[in-house]
Design a protein around this ligand. Structure first.
Ligand SMILES: [Zn+2]
Ligand SMILES: [Zn+2]
Length: 169
């Protein structure tokens, strides 16, 4: 980008194509501080390629942990102390049901939880899950007579590798 607005004293290399680009005098220095690309096209291309590079690997890693079929899909990976399947990837741990909804195109907001129609916190089939609040989930659990301890360390199937509620998204 060289134009009459180019500040030739401030340059960077484009994070996508490597070309040198200059600060546009019409933009603030704060904007320049964050600028990484020579053009809108390069910004778009980098975002798109990052998505492609990231998404399949994460989704493939996720799908390794359960078999899909006609019925419920049971998470075979780690569970937290409440019995929920948990998925760890790139240093981030999330509840598996939550990730399942995300891959199903129905990501939850921060306050929402993935609730299980099928009464097993290890099940991750997205069409058996619905978005609810923590309160909905507790009421649902009580209504179904589910005791969370049943899925804790006293359960022979407990695989708790990771403990600590705070790390679960
Ligand atoms: Zn570029
Ligand atoms: Zn189910």
């Amino acid at each position: 980008m060289t134009s009459s607005f180019a500040d030739l004293s401030a340059s960077k290399a484009c994070a996508n194509c490597g070309a040198t680009f200059y600060r546009d005098r019409r933009n603030t220095w704060a904007y320049w501080g964050k600028a990484k690309f020579c053009s809108r096209e390069c910004a778009g291309a980098k975002i798109a390629s990052d998505k492609v590079a990231r998404r399949p690997a994460r989704e493939v890693a996720f799908r390794k942990w359960f078999a899909t079929g006609g019925g419920c899909w049971e998470w075979q990976g780690a569970v937290d102390r409440d019995g929920y399947g948990i998925f760890s990837y790139a240093g981030k741990t999330s509840r598996a049901a939550r990730v399942s909804l995300e891959f199903d195109g129905r990501p939850l907001s921060g306050a929402e939880m993935a609730c299980h129609r099928c009464d097993n916190p290890r099940f991750v089939r997205p069409d058996h899950l619905f978005a609810g609040t923590n309160q909905d989930n507790m009421q649902d659990m009580v209504r179904k007579g589910r005791n969370p301890d049943r899925f804790g360390p006293n359960n022979p199937n407990w695989r708790g590798g990771i403990s600590g509620r705070s790390r679960v998204a």
